[in-house]
Design a protein around this ligand. Structure first.
Ligand code: ZN
Length: 279
């Protein structure tokens, strides 16, 4: 929590005199449930990696203070108050709920003090666009739009927002770059199982009786994660290291799903790029 606060302070994104604001991050922490996957640790990873990705490509996409603040708040709060069940069972889409929780929390803690009143609606708009973009339902659409941006020069605000969606989504799907990739992938299954226990197996988004972990990870990483990383690395060549790491994971998964090797043994072959960047 201190690290998160320090990043906001160092970037001069939070008012030094904002004593009420100090309680914002502990309350974000409290509002994350103790889910196997959608928990505060996941939020922290997405926050940290959004910032690391941005730092890599800063020379190409210089965000204003307002935009960087919005990106980091969205990353930290993108799954806030997540009940641990999928959208399928929710009355409204979960991401809309995360947005409304973070907006009321920001006003409660005067967290936007640094910015003029007239800028605040813009912050709320960016945060809500970014959080909604983490809904996987929009994944293909965002990847296709990213592929339509030919060059990232003289960019329009719309393209800039799209690139910010690319950053938060890369961070949200960055588990494969971590030493804990397999733990995270099993944590998601645990969350699905928890849902099945509570709501019955019919409500689950996957059929566990036919489920093959390696095959399904292999499909997900090559068809969903890699496509996003490829498009982002075309726009921002310095992201190629991440794309290469995902490609290595894809080949590991495809070998493993053919030979049914347990993925836990394969971790050593993965480079933990984010950790090395962080040193
Ligand atoms: Zn997430």
């Amino acid at each position: 929590m201190i690290m998160i606060w320090t990043i906001f302070k160092e970037l001069n994104l939070i008012d030094n005199n904002n004593i009420i604001g100090l309680m914002f991050i502990p309350e974000v922490y409290k509002l994350y449930h103790n889910n196997p996957y959608n928990n505060f640790k996941h939020a922290f990873v997405v926050f940290r990696n959004s910032y690391l990705i941005y730092r890599k490509i800063k020379h190409q996409i210089e965000l204003t203070k307002l935009e960087l603040f919005s990106l980091l708040i969205a990353a930290l709060c993108h799954d806030i108050d997540h009940p641990g069940i999928t959208n399928k069972n929710a009355k409204k889409i979960l991401e809309e709920h995360h947005v409304s929780v973070v907006i009321s929390l920001m006003s409660k803690h005067n967290i936007m003090d640094r910015f003029d009143d007239i800028k605040r609606p813009e912050i709320i708009q960016i945060i809500s666009d970014l959080i909604l973009s983490t809904n996987m339902q929009y994944h293909n659409d965002i990847v296709t739009k990213l592929s339509n941006i030919k060059k990232f020069n003289n960019i329009s605000d719309r393209d800039k927002l799209l690139a910010m969606k690319g950053i938060i989504k890369m961070a949200d799907l960055s588990n494969e770059l971590s030493e804990e990739a397999d733990l995270w992938s099993y944590a998601i299954i645990d969350e699905f199982k928890k849902e099945a226990v509570e709501f019955g197996p019919d409500t689950m988004s996957i059929d566990l009786t036919k489920y093959n972990h390696m095959k399904s990870q292999s499909w997900f990483v090559s068809n969903i994660v890699l496509r996003l990383y490829v498009e982002m690395s075309i726009l921002f060549p310095l992201l190629c290291d991440f794309r290469n790491a995902i490609e290595r994971r894809v080949s590991i998964y495809s070998t493993a799903s053919e030979s049914s090797i347990n993925s836990v043994n394969l971790l050593e072959s993965t480079n933990n790029i984010f950790n090395s960047m962080n040193k």
